[in-house]
Ligand binder design. Structure first.
Ligand code: NDP
Length: 303
C-alpha cells in the first residue's frame, strides 16, 4: 500500500504529539522509506517504550517549496528528515551545518533537528559501501571502479569511491556536460587516484572492474542496458542502484554471463538504517534486517 501522502498545507495544521520523522520528495508516492522506518520503529518499540511515540511520514514537496518545508518542519520539531529526488543538492544550501563527510558530495539526504537549525548528513555513500560488501563481497578500497551515470546518485557514489581509496575511477555518462562537471569536482578530491571520463556505453573497461550503475536506465521496461557486458572485459561484479524493477536488463545479462550482480535494495536499506541511527542512536546494523524485510514486503505489495 502506498500509504498517506501529506502536503505542506496539512503541516500548517499539524497536531501530531509524538516524535515525527519524514521523507520529502517530488513525486514522493513511490518512496518505501516510511514502510522501512515505521517497521523498524515498531520492532524497536516492542522491547523499548521510548520508541513508541515515533512515526515516519511521507510529504510531497515541489522544489520551490523546499525552503518553506524545512522551516516548517523545524518549527514543528520534526526529529529528522530524509530528502529524495530532486531535493538532495538544494537542501545542502538550506541547512545550517553540514557533516564533514557529506560536504564533498554537495548533497545531503538526512537532516537532524537541533535547536539552532538543521544539520545535514549524507548516508548514501555508507549505504553503497555496506551494500557492496553485503551483496557482492567487495570493498571499494583498492577496486577499479566503473561508474555509469553523473546525476545525484553517481556524484555521491564517486565521492565515496575516492574517500574509500579505490584504485581507479572511470565515469561514463550519456551527457558530456554533466559528466565533465563531475570529473572536475572529482579531480579536486582524487589525491593521486586516477580518475577518467568515458563514453556511455564505454568501448572498453578494465578487466575485473567493479561496475556501479547509477543511471536511471533500467527503471522502465523499454530502457536499453547502459552497458553491453558481452562486448567488454569481464567485470568482477555489477551493482545496479535500481531496485524496482528488481532485475534490470544489465543485471539480467550479468546473470546470463555468470557475473555476480545485485540490485539497489541493499543500498536503500543501509542508507535508511544509517539515517535512523543518526536520529535514534540505535546501530544501523541492528535495524537494517528489520528494514530489509519491510522493504521487500512493500515492494511485493506494489508489484
Ligand atoms: P538523476 O536524475 O540525478 O540522474 C540520472 C542519470 O541517469 C544521469 O546520469 C542520466 O544521464 C542517466 N540516464 C537517464 N536515462 C538514461 C538512459 N536512458 N540511458 C543512459 N543514461 C541515462 O538521478 P539519480 O542520480 O538521483 O538516480 C539515478 C538512479 O539511481 C535512479 O534509478 C535511482 O532510482 C537510483 N538510486 C538508488 C538509490 C538506492 O538507494 N538504491 C539511491 C539513489 C538513487 P544524463 O546526464 O545524460 O541525463
Amino acid at each position: 500500500m502506498a500509504g498517506e501522502i501529506l502536503t505542506l498545507a496539512e503541516l500548517e495544521r499539524w497536531s501530531f504529539d509524538g516524535t515525527a520523522l519524514a521523507v520529502l520528495g517530488h513525486p514522493i508516492g513511490h518512496s518505501i522509506s516510511p514502510e522501512m522506518h515505521n517497521a523498524a520503529l515498531a520492532q524497536l518499540a516492542k522491547t523499548d517504550a521510548q520508541w513508541r511515540g515515533w512515526k515516519y511520514f511521507r510529504i510531497e514537496v515541489p522544489p520551490p517549496e523546499l525552503p518553506r518545508a524545512l522551516d516548517l518542519l523545524h518549527a514543528r520539531r520534526f526529529r529528522g528528515v530524509n530528502l529524495t529526488v530532486p531535493h538532495k543538492v538544494m537542501a545542502c544550501e538550506l541547512v545550517d551545518e553540514i557533516d564533514e563527510a557529506a560536504r564533498p558530495a554537495g548533497a545531503v539526504n538526512t537532516l537532524l533537528w537541533n535547536s539552532w537549525g538543521w544539520r545535514g548528513f549524507n548516508t548514501d555513500g555508507y549505504g553503497l559501501s555496506a551494500a557492496l560488501r553485503e551483496t557482492l563481497g567487495r570493498e571499494l578500497a583498492g577496486a577499479d571502479v566503473l561508474l555509469l551515470g553523473a546525476g545525484g546518485a553517481a556524484r555521491g557514489a564517486a565521492v565515496e569511491c575516492l574517500q574509500r581509496r579505490c584504485a581507479s575511477l572511470a565515469v561514463a555518462n550519456r551527457g558530456h556536460a554533466r559528466r565533465d562537471e563531475l570529473l572536475y569536482l572529482l579531480r579536486g578530491l582524487a589525491d593521486g587516484i586516477p580518475v577518467k571520463a568515458l563514453e556511455l556505453p564505454p568501448a572498453a573497461i578494465p578487466a575485473g572492474a567493479l561496475v556501479i550503475n547509477a543511471t536511471s536506465a533500467g527503471l522502465k521496461p523499454e530502457d536499453p542496458s547502459p552497458l553491453d557486458l558481452a562486448s567488454v572485459a569481464r567485470p568482477a561484479g555489477i551493482y545496479d542502484m535500481i531496485y524496482n524493477p528488481p532485475q534490470t536488463p544489465l543485471l539480467r545479462q550479468a546473470a546470463q554471463l555468470g557475473v555476480r550482480g545485485a540490485n539497489g535494495l541493499s543500498m536503500l536499506v543501509h542508507q535508511g538504517a544509517k539515517a535512523l541511527e543518526i536520529w535514534t542512536g540505535v546501530a544501523a546494523e541492528r535495524t537494517a534486517p528489520m528494514m530489509r524485510a519491510a522493504a521487500q514486503a512493500a515492494l511485493a505489495g506494489r508489484s
